[in-house]
Design a protein around this ligand. Structure first.
Ligand SMILES: [Zn+2]
Length: 265
């Protein structure tokens, strides 16, 4: 297989049960107990971009049935209220009030909170059926914990760039993986719908190809702009922690978890 970002060779690095979720690493137990088979994480030998190849071939309908179903919320509790609240408070703390398109905004919680704080925000999410008018754009385009859910990365970033005005900013979060993953990683869990995992190098490659200025505020928060002169200003923006570090890791296949802190003490 070839890397969808840089076209170099990929190789399999991890076999993992499809029904393992990120939430397992926070709760210390399998949230979805049944074994639905094993899938393989492949990693690019050059840029380090990683993906679950099998899920890239899924249709939207299969994603809705297998992942974004009535049990989806169980694996990602902050999805509903806590995460959008935290992000809204962060943006409100430093950003002048402006137009925002929240891409992949779920049921629109973040957009609603931003509107209450004086922004003019709209949400668009292909899996939640919001009406969307192509051709619209905004000064700020956000995509929090969206990138890792999208199989086709070029198309995603092309859409984000098209939605963002020439003097605007794209703000997106996704947890960066190390260039080479030598062991299991909680973030690479397919039950959450996580399929695409960037490194600093793979993101930089894609941004350069799209002629976007790009900077990471942390290993989770990334900013992209059409007008590269804006980087000087936006790199001073404050950071925010999106994901806590999970206290558990799998210690025996995919059925038993150990508390990391207890193990280290
Ligand atoms: Zn690559």
């Amino acid at each position: 297989m070839r890397c969808q970002i840089c076209n170099h060779h990929t190789r399999p690095i991890l076999s993992k049960e499809q029904n393992v979720s990120c939430g397992d690493y926070f709760t210390g137990q399998r949230i979805y107990a049944d074994n639905r088979g094993t899938i393989t994480l492949s990693e690019c030998e050059s840029c380090g971009f990683a993906t679950f190849d099998a899920l890239n071939a899924w249709s939207e309908e299969t994603f809705r049935k297998e992942i974004y179903n009535e049990d989806y919320h169980l694996c990602d509790p902050p999805f509903g209220e806590a995460r959008p609240r935290k992000i809204c408070n962060w943006l409100s703390s430093f950003m002048p009030r402006c137009e925002i398109i929240d891409y992949g905004g779920g049921e629109g919680q973040l957009a609603a909170m931003l509107n209450q704080n004086g922004f003019t925000a709209r949400s668009y999410d292909p899996f939640y059926g919001d009406a969307f008018v192509p051709g619209q754009s905004a000064e700020v385009v956000t995509a929090f914990e969206v990138v890792e859910h999208v199989p086709q990365q070029r198309r995603l970033f092309g859409e984000l760039a098209a939605l963002c005005k020439q003097n605007g900013v794209m703000i997106f979060s996704t947890l960066l993986k190390p260039r080479h993953l030598s062991q299991d990683w909680w973030y690479a869990s397919a039950r959450n719908g996580h399929v695409s995992f960037h490194t600093q190098e793979s993101l930089a490659y894609l941004m350069q190809e799209l002629d976007l200025g790009f900077i990471s505020l942390s290993d989770e928060i990334h900013l992209a702009v059409h007008d590269k002169d804006r980087l000087t200003d936006i790199k001073k923006w404050p950071h925010i922690l999106i994901n806590e570090w999970p206290p558990y890791k799998f210690c025996h296949e995919w059925d038993r978890l150990d508390n990391i802190k207890a193990e280290n003490s």
